[in-house]
Design a protein around this ligand. Structure first.
Ligand code: HEM
Length: 143
């Protein structure tokens, strides 16, 4: 529970600032795709992406800036986005969801973030990841 000493993460742009602003978020995203690119268990997830990860890095970094309460850099360049809908064309099973979350957890562990902030982000990022899985299962049901 927050004692009033400092605002909770998620208040205004505290998360964006704690993540190190635009450069910090970009560093996190680069670490995330580097982990995905080099981890055997993320092979299927990696294969869902284009060979060249430049655009994925740019898009996720821009998206996360706004998602963390900072400037909406994704919208500035690409327009508005609905995350589950943007993944609707993909077949995301629990394995891919888990691989995504695991790559992000490892990338977060590589950052010099306060531990409670990393823990908070890991929890918060599960929400859109679970939603993507749910929507994908809905649209790609095999029966
Ligand atoms: C649940 C596991 C996830 C999987 C398997 C996944 C997979 C992918 C793939 C393969 C792409 C590239 C799509 C393409 O080239 O057509 C992509 C794009 C993207 N992903 Fe994810 N993703 C996941 C979770 C997330 C989460 C949790 C977020 C946000 C917090 C996110 C944000 C994005 C964004 C912003 C893009 C660019 C979308 C666009 O501009 O079209 N993804 N994702």
């Amino acid at each position: 529970m927050n004692t009033g000493e400092s605002p909770p993460f998620g208040f205004e742009d505290t998360s964006f600032q704690t993540a190190g602003g635009v450069d910090g978020v970009r560093k996190l995203v680069d670490a995330f795709y580097d982990v995905m690119d080099t981890t055997g268990t993320a092979k299927t997830l990696r294969a869902m992406h284009a060979e060249d990860l430049t655009e994925s890095r740019e898009k996720l970094a821009r998206f996360l800036c706004g998602w963390l309460g900072g400037p909406n850099r994704y919208r500035e360049k690409y327009g508005s986005i609905n995350i589950p809908q943007a993944h609707r064309h993909l077949h995301v099973s629990m394995a891919e969801r888990d691989a995504w979350v695991s790559c992000m957890d490892q990338a977060l562990d590589q950052q010099a973030y306060p531990e409670n902030f990393s823990t908070y982000l890991k929890q918060q990022l599960r929400v859109p990841a679970d939603r993507i899985l749910e929507v994908s299962q809905h649209y790609h049901r095999s029966s």
